[in-house]
Write a protein that binds this ligand. Structure first.
Ligand SMILES: C[S@@+](CC[C@H](N)C(=O)[O-])C[C@H]1O[C@@H](n2cnc3c(N)ncnc32)[C@H](O)[C@@H]1O
Ligand SMILES: [Zn+2]
Length: 162
């Protein structure tokens, strides 16, 4: 498994394990190339650590990048594509300047049926990890309970659509 020296796994205030920067990053700088295993949707058993690559294709992240948490105001984004040779590539890229020790986050953009409560703590936290285009419908469905979770996501909870 390739080791990305610019990032470290740590206990995140957002959720479980997260990733933080060792040194800083400049806007547009590649934080890490993602080592992953490509799956067709019908082959996938567990999508928790997967990136959506293209229709029907997911990349199961198998290096430090699998621990990167979601934030509603992320400091990074994922660039990813099928490589046309039966594989795929993906990388994590800084959206803005990132300071040493800062947690690295990207916006997961989950589809409605995979939405989870969000504990990112950002000022503009949507309360949910979901594609912003699907947020109005999600809030309408959960009209009586749409604030940010204080206890973190629970797959068994009615707050989770997983
Ligand atoms: C790829 S894992 C990220 C690593 C995760 N923190 C862990 O320790 O396994 C993705 C899962 O982490 C959790 N997660 C990530 N970002 C979150 C956030 N902002 N709020 C709540 N849970 C989050 C969700 O359960 C999500 O499905
Ligand atoms: Zn949030």
């Amino acid at each position: 498994m390739p080791y990305a020296p610019g990032i470290r796994v740590f206990r995140s205030p957002i959720h479980g394990y997260g990733i933080r920067a060792v040194a800083g990053f400049q806007p547009g700088e590649t934080i890490a190339d993602v080592e992953g295993v490509l799956y067709k949707e019908e082959e996938l058993v567990d999508d928790r650590y997967c990136l959506w690559i293209d229709d029907g294709f997911y990349l199961d992240m198998v290096d430090q990048t699998r621990w990167i948490n979601h934030a509603c105001e992320p400091n990074a984004e994922i660039e990813a594509e099928l490589d046309g040779k039966g594989g795929a590539w993906a990388r994590v890229v800084a959206l803005r300047a990132i300071q040493p020790e800062e947690e690295i986050t990207y916006h997961y953009g989950f589809p409605l049926d995979l939405a989870e409560r969000c504990t990112c703590g950002c000022k503009s936290c949507a309360g949910w990890i979901v594609d912003p285009d699907s947020l109005p419908e999600l809030l309408a469905r959960t009209a009586f309970d749409h604030g940010p979770s204080t206890t973190g996501p629970d797959p068994e909870s009615p707050n989770s659509l997983r």
